[in-house]
Design a protein around this ligand. Structure first.
Ligand code: RB5
Length: 151
């Protein structure tokens, strides 16, 4: 059952996303969000899939999620293996707007080695403040679950 955790944002990274994760956690807290820090907690080398389940758990409970690795690729591949997750790697504002409006993305994935803090904050704001448009886009999302579950 979904519990409402609308103000809660879980954020996780590997070592390559650590600095950006810290900056984003700060940014979100200053904006009044409740942040769950899923690690990693320093720049020592770690394996990015280890930080995904903690973020996914919060998303499944109705919160939102942010994952960061060096490119964002490993984190998105990992996160999209979990049922109900629609993780979108967004390196620009327009992609993020579309990821919310058309794809109802529930996890934002960022590339810590590819973007500066200012761009990451702008993308994050769009992720948090853009509504899903539903309609034909909902039909398409339903097809992803329907067609993908048989293989
Ligand atoms: C770590 O070196 C790097 O491979 C990781 O952060 C990520 O970019 C993988 O997709």
């Amino acid at each position: 059952m979904m519990v409402s955790s609308g103000n809660l944002i879980a954020i996780g990274s590997d070592h390559a996303g650590f600095n950006l994760k810290e900056a984003i956690a700060d940014y979100l807290e200053k904006k009044g969000y409740e942040v769950k820090d899923c690690g990693t907690f320093d720049t020592a080398s770690v394996d990015y899939p280890d930080f995904v389940p903690c973020v996914v758990k919060v998303v499944k409970e109705g919160g939102r999620g942010v994952l960061i690795c060096g490119t964002g690729i490993g984190m998105s591949i990992s996160a999209n293996r979990y049922r109900g997750v629609r993780a979108a790697r967004c390196l620009d504002v327009f992609s993020c707007e579309m990821a919310r409006k058309h794809n109802d993305a529930n996890i934002l994935v960022l590339g810590g080695r590819l973007m500066g803090e200012e761009l990451a904050f702008r993308v994050l704001d769009v992720f948090l403040n853009t509504e899903f448009e539903g309609g034909r886009h909902k039909r398409r999302l339903d097809k992803i679950d329907e067609l993908g579950s048989g293989f």
